[in-house]
Ligand binder design. Structure first.
Ligand code: HEM
Length: 428
């Protein structure tokens, strides 16, 4: 379906938040970029849509994330929402010095060694889930890839890393689905009742688990964070510890789930690359980077100018909100020739998909590892994997992805098979 593209930035922005715009935002990102890399939308709001402008905005220390103080100034009632309160206790919504302190504590626990050590477990979990898909779809029945694989793998991995008992992971999908609405921006505050309930449940769950790990530490991330809290001169408050655990859980699988979904959808749209993926061990890294570039799980983040800033020659007045459209920057033709073309052999990709600067995604190495291991194994195991019917897209602006992606495991795919009206500019 083609979205008609209105010319003025303000109108483009209105179209972007409409259901059609959320479904296929790329023509609208292009329409915004026609006005420059950093576009004034209305007084107090600018949109970064160029690669260089997004990258610079994220690295500029005078552009701040929306912390409790800026929420206080902008949204007087925000404290009545436990979902917003919970996330403002985490690294994602704090600025220095609190952010630097928490980020140091988290980086000390979330080490490259801990991530690399997960590789054999990720392979085991992947193969177990592929066995399950084979059982569910062995008679030709459609299997929902999102529910049966793309969600289950990251939740099992982050669950194992955190040290969450297996049986407790079952209710996480619904809780995280609800709580992440709070990350879509305060404009949806009226929709926050389910997010608040989910935050209350998750916070109570992690508070109890932290108590157990404090009494009896284990070899897991929760214990490592609890110990960093207890033994170092630097400290988490109890609320920060719980807020960051909810963030790790939510960020740990909501996003990676959609990276796997997008990776498979692109495989269906580009069977020539899909066929090579299981046999070319060097291709996986490029395939995943290009998936991250062209179909990033997280489309946007934002910053607020603490003081006036000159951003690559454009003045950003103090107090201006800068919407950083990562997905738009990833398709900037000044940075990527033929930006709408999926090309896993593209050199020097460095997508904006994990952010940049002080808040660069803590879990990027883990998400990359999961996708690089899982996608080739999936396609090797089911050479006849094919779309079955129409996938349903999530109605979200920040983390769009799929709700359902039905597949059959036994029939060889034909180009474009079953993509139907999902063949929009997300998958060119
Ligand atoms: C494909 C998967 C993922 C994507 C696309 C993604 C994307 C992002 C982005 C764009 C940011 C920066 C937000 C900003 O600057 O405002 C971020 C931050 C963060 N991510 Fe991820 N993420 C992914 C996976 C993960 C995983 C697996 C984890 C943890 C297990 C994780 C934990 C975090 C944390 C803790 C932050 C906040 C860092 C800070 O504020 O200092 N993410 N992520």
């Amino acid at each position: 379906m083609t979205v008609s593209v209105p010319p003025r930035p303000r109108e483009v922005m209105t179209a972007l938040v409409s259901p059609e715009g959320r479904r296929d935002p790329y023509p609208l990102y292009d329409a915004l970029r026609a006005h420059g890399g950093l576009v004034p939308v209305k007084p107090g709001l600018m949109a970064a849509v160029g690669y260089a402008e997004c990258s610079r905005a994220l690295r500029e220390p005078r552009l701040l994330v929306q912390d409790a103080a800026s929420h206080d100034a902008l949204y007087p009632n925000w404290r009545s929402h436990s979902s917003l309160r919970g996330f403002t206790n985490s690294v994602l919504y704090t600025n220095p010095p609190d952010h630097s302190r928490m980020r140091r504590l988290m980086s000390a626990a979330f080490t490259p060694r801990r991530v690399a050590g997960l590789e054999p477990a990720i392979v085991r979990m992947t193969d177990r889930l592929l066995d399950r898909m084979a059982r569910l779809g062995g008679d030709g029945a459609p299997v929902d890839f999102m529910a049966e694989f793309a969600y289950r793998l990251p939740v099992a991995v982050i669950g194992a890393m955190l040290g969450v008992p297996d049986d407790d992971r079952i209710w996480f999908r619904t809780a995280v689905e609800h709580v992440t609405v709070a990350l879509e921006g305060v404009s949806r505050a009226s929709d926050l009742a389910p997010a608040d309930r989910a935050m209350d449940e998750l916070a109570a769950y992690f508070t109890a688990l932290v108590g157990r790990r404090r009494r009896r530490p284990a070899d897991d991330l929760i214990s490592a964070l609890v110990q960093a809290h207890d033994n170092d001169g630097e400290r988490f408050t109890e609320d920060e510890l719980v807020g960051n655990l909810v963030l790790l859980l939510a960020a740990g699988f909501d996003t990676t789930t959609h990276l796997l979904g997008q990776g498979l959808q692109l495989a269906f749209a580009h069977p020539e690359w899909a066929a090579r993926l299981p046999h070319d061990p060097h291709l996986a890294a490029g395939y995943v980077e290009e998936t991250l570039r062209i179909a990033p799980p997280v489309h946007a983040t934002s910053r607020i100018a603490g003081t006036e800033v000159d951003l690559l020659g454009t003045r950003v007045p103090a107090g201006t909100k800068v919407l950083v459209l990562l997905a738009a920057g990833n398709r900037d033709p000044r940075r990527f020739p033929e930006p709408h073309r999926f090309d896993p052999a593209r050199p020097d990709v460095q997508p904006l998909s994990f952010g940049a600067g002080a808040h660069f995604c803590l879990g990027a190495p883990l998400a990359r590892l999961e996708a690089r291991l899982a996608l080739p194994r999936l396609l090797a195991r089911f050479p006849g994997l094919a779309p079955a019917g129409t996938p349903t897209l999530r109605d979200r602006l920040v983390v769009p992805g799929h709700d359902e992606l039905p597949v059959t495991v036994g029939r060889p795919p034909a180009a474009g098979d079953g993509l139907g009206d999902q063949r929009n500019s997300r998958y060119r």
